[in-house]
Design a protein around this ligand. Sequence first.
Ligand SMILES: NC(=O)c1ccc[n+]([C@@H]2O[C@H](COP(=O)([O-])OP(=O)(O)OC[C@H]3O[C@@H](n4cnc5c(N)ncnc54)[C@H](O)[C@@H]3O)[C@@H](O)[C@H]2O)c1
Length: 300
Amino acid sequence: MSENTIRDVSVVGAGTMGNGIAHLFAQHGFLVNLVDVDAAQLENAIATIGKNLDRQIAKGLLSEEEKKTTLANISTVSDVVTGVKNAQLIIEAATENIELKLKIFKQLDEAAPPGCILATNTSSISITKIAAATKRPSLVIGMHFMNPVPVMKLVEVINGYQTAKEITTTIVALSKQLGKEPCVVNDYPGFIANRILMPMINEAIYSLYESVAGVEEIDTVMKLGMAHPMGPLQLADFIGLDVCLSILKVLQDGFGNAKYAPCPLLVNMVMAGKLGIKSGEGFYTYTAGNKELIVAQRFL
Ligand SMILES: NC(=O)c1ccc[n+]([C@@H]2O[C@H](COP(=O)([O-])OP(=O)(O)OC[C@H]3O[C@@H](n4cnc5c(N)ncnc54)[C@H](O)[C@@H]3O)[C@@H](O)[C@H]2O)c1
């Protein structure tokens, strides 16, 4: 299958990433079936896509007419079997849980037409393991978009152990067609993005834990000194501290190397329900909104 034969795309999971992926494909003229088991998530996703399209219009990046066409290209479905039956490409962006992903891929393999490519947006779960749950491992690949999907340029394309070369070529060409920069990597724990990012975030948390510096100082050093747009602690809050912890555990288990052990402070914060923006507090507190950086009381 080449990128030119892909027209019908199903996105499974309509959360943060799923709505962004649906938005991107629909804006580029693909017919998108957005699938989620939770009907409220589907409603929220369409509302979010509408708001994000309005933001693009306000910036002069899109016309009202293009907004209409984009929204018209998206259908929502709560039943996976119906939602994927005509797809040439499925991108799974459901909750990051290995048992759930294995179950979904078995289901997708049974319901999708032969030849349909099965991609996953997983941040850390092995593509090879996901592929092994299907009878078409050569058609399974990682297509790791970054948040927010319509804005971020990178797609980390991950080859599983059995991914066919022509599938990688198709996904690379398709990513370019979507205006993205694909980077092809192989399937080892954390791939490239999180293998490098998470140890940096963990080290920033260790630096705070060992009182080397405060929250603001750590983030300022990395913003002003390394030209990072966001400091590592702010970024951890943005990603979700529970997500950071689970990716570090994947690295630690996958490599069996103590250097990936999550900082005890991170473990404690997750146990206390301090998960970053989504819970209202992490290293910063978000009572005044997500944009204003107020260091959490605990770290003053
Ligand atoms: N959030 C990020 O910054 C980010 C970045 C890159 C990759 N990812 C990856 O993207 C995936 C999705 O993450 P997210 O942040 O959008 O999660 P999310 O929690 O916002 O959304 C997950 C969605 O999956 C749905 N879901 C659960 N079980 C399902 C099923 N059986 N069938 C269909 N839908 C189902 C849930 O109802 C929910 O709407 C994960 O694999 C995550 O690792 C996330």
